[in-house]
Design a protein around this ligand. Structure first.
Ligand SMILES: [Zn+2]
Length: 200
């Protein structure tokens, strides 16, 4: 960055450029926008950033991001506790919730098995999923990991892990774009994939 830049502005540009998809040019544009914005808007942005780090936690049952533990979904009486949908990331929960078609619970793995990247089953919330299954009451596990190499490998691993314990294991139907992530799919596509799920 040019040294002529005032230090607070340079610092903001530096921080913004660490965000995914934000290059130096965009970071500069955003920084100047924030500089011109009202004090209250700038404060609201700073407070929102701080709040996601201080006011959020992980649900100790499903590991979704939540304000409370257990989260609102796990704590709800309206949800069908016999069905658990296994997803890679918290954003995948949002993608499925947006369809309005799913009334069960979730389990967020926080990633997918990837030998190439050194991600092993124990690095994910897979042991916690085994634990949930052992506690009983779950009749169906919907494996909604992403339709790519890692997502498929993770689904296979979980399917093998649960084999023979009487839980129905299903996988989302194809139709999600191959290699595409669940979080980016539209509601109709996710709805169809959910309805067309098949036994593994
Ligand atoms: Zn939960």
């Amino acid at each position: 960055l040019p040294t002529a830049l005032a230090r607070p502005l340079a610092r903001l540009i530096d921080e913004l450029s660490k965000l995914p998809g934000v290059g130096p040019k965009t970071a500069q544009r955003l920084a100047y926008h924030i500089l011109r914005t009202s004090s209250s808007d700038a404060e609201a942005l700073a407070a929102a950033v701080r709040s996601v780090k201080t006011d959020l936690r992980y649900c100790s049952t499903c590991f979704n991001i939540a304000e409370t533990d257990p989260c609102a979904i796990c704590a709800s009486d309206e949800r069908d506790k016999r069905i658990v949908c296994v997803v890679e990331e918290p954003l995948d929960v949002l993608a499925i919730e947006r369809t309005g078609q799913y009334g069960g619970l979730y389990h967020v793995l926080h990633g997918a098995i990837s030998p190439v990247n050194g991600v092993r089953p124990d690095d994910l919330k897979i042991p916690q999923l085994s634990q949930r299954l052992k506690q009983g009451g779950i009749e169906e596990l919907i494996l909604a990991t992403n339709p790519n190499l890692e997502g498929d490998a993770t689904a296979m691993y979980i399917a093998q892990l649960t084999a023979g314990n009487g839980v129905r294991v299903t996988r989302l139907a194809r139709g999600l774009p191959m290699g595409g992530d669940l979080e980016w799919a539209d509601e109709v596509t996710v709805s169809r994939a959910l309805e067309g799920r098949r036994g593994l």
